[in-house]
Structure formats: C-alpha cells, structure tokens
Design a protein. Structure first.
Length: 206
C-alpha cells in the first residue's frame, strides 16, 4: 500500500506509476490524480514539455540512439510486421504523399546528391560493377539496341529513364530484352521492386 500525496488515500502500489523502475521507486501521486492534473493543466504542461524538448535536443537524441541500439532487432521485427499488415494503406499513403510533394522530394534528392557526392559516387560505382557482372556477352546488334534505347531516353528529356524490368539488385541482366523506357516518376517508385505495375501506357520498349 502507498499513500497518494494529492488525494491522501492509501492505494495499491500498482496504482502508482514508476518514477525509476531500476531503483524500484514509484511516483508520489496515484495514476488517477496524475491523469486529472494533466487534463486540468494540459495546455501549460504541453508548453513546458515543448520548451524542455527544445532545450534538451542532444540529450533526447542520445537517449533515442541508446534505446534503438539496445532494441534494434525487436524494433526491426515490429516495423516489418506493421508494413506487412498495412501494405495497401502504406502504398496508397506514399503514392498520395509523392503526388502532393513531388517537387519537394525531387529537390531534396538533388540536394542530397550534391552534398554527398563521394557516397553517391561509391554507390553508383558499386552498381556499375553489378551491371558488368550481370551483363551477358552481347552481340553487336544487342549493343546497338541498348545504345538506341538510351538515345531515345535522352531525346525524350529529363522525365524519362531507361529501366530494367527485373532490377539489377534482384539478379536482372543488363540486356536489351530486360530494358525499357519509363517515366522518371515510375522509375523512382519502382526502385528494386519485382511486382511494380505501371498504371498507364507511358513506356517504350524495343
């Protein structure tokens, strides 16, 4: 039993939230009094919490990092389960978000590439190596078909990209039969997905 300093009642110990679980100490006010106090002073408490968070950004950042490192596998498992259970919702959400914020997203990506040139170059170099490793021996005609696809893409402008049906990351070959030209928007959405479907007829293939 423990006595609440607010309502003065003796209550079961479980009616008091933890103050410090490691040390085994409980808060001095019961859950009911604490909840009542919060709703009566919600605005002031919210302001104080906002000020505290603003003054302790580094502390909170380190705390979150420690928690993540300690519970990495559990967090990853929960995130995976959530994504699988809400696949359709997340797909619709990100499609709508992209449509509403397309220019902002593209500008951020452009800025990231400018600020992280070495990292981006290393990623691209790794991708080029994978492309070479997964490129079969091509005939002169097949090489010309690939060159022709890239020429068409350049003529169409920045809104178009040469893409692999089966992504290189998933073992797809750099071969003209595995290439097509799609919009930059579809290229970004498709990424390394195998089951991506283009919802319109805006693509070219040889």
């Amino acid at each position: 039993m423990k006595r609440c300093t607010k309502c003065k009642k003796y209550l079961d110990i479980n009616m008091f939230s933890w103050a410090n679980k490691k040390k085994g100490t409980r808060q001095c006010r019961c859950r009911k009094c604490k909840s009542k106090n919060y709703f009566e002073n919600a605005e002031n408490i919210s302001k104080k919490q906002k000020i505290w968070r603003g003054n302790n950004k580094e502390h909170l950042k380190k705390q979150k990092k420690r928690y993540y490192e300690k519970n990495k596998s559990e967090i990853a498992a929960k995130c995976k389960t959530y994504r699988e259970e809400h696949k359709d919702y997340l797909s619709d959400y990100f499609k709508d978000y992209y449509k509403l914020n397309r220019e902002y997203i593209l500008n951020r990506r452009k800025q990231y590439r400018m600020n992280n040139k070495d990292k981006v170059n290393n990623i691209n170099a790794g991708r080029r190596v994978r492309v070479l490793d997964q490129s079969p021996k091509l005939t002169d005609m097949e090489k010309k078909r690939i060159e022709f696809l890239y020429e068409i893409s350049q003529l169409l402008g920045d809104g178009w990209k040469v893409d692999h049906y089966i992504p290189i990351a998933e073992g797809g070959a750099h071969h003209p039969d595995n290439l097509w030209i799609i919009t930059t928007e579809d290229n970004l959405k498709k990424g390394a997905k195998l089951d991506y479907e283009i919802e319109h007829d805006m693509y070219f293939e040889l």
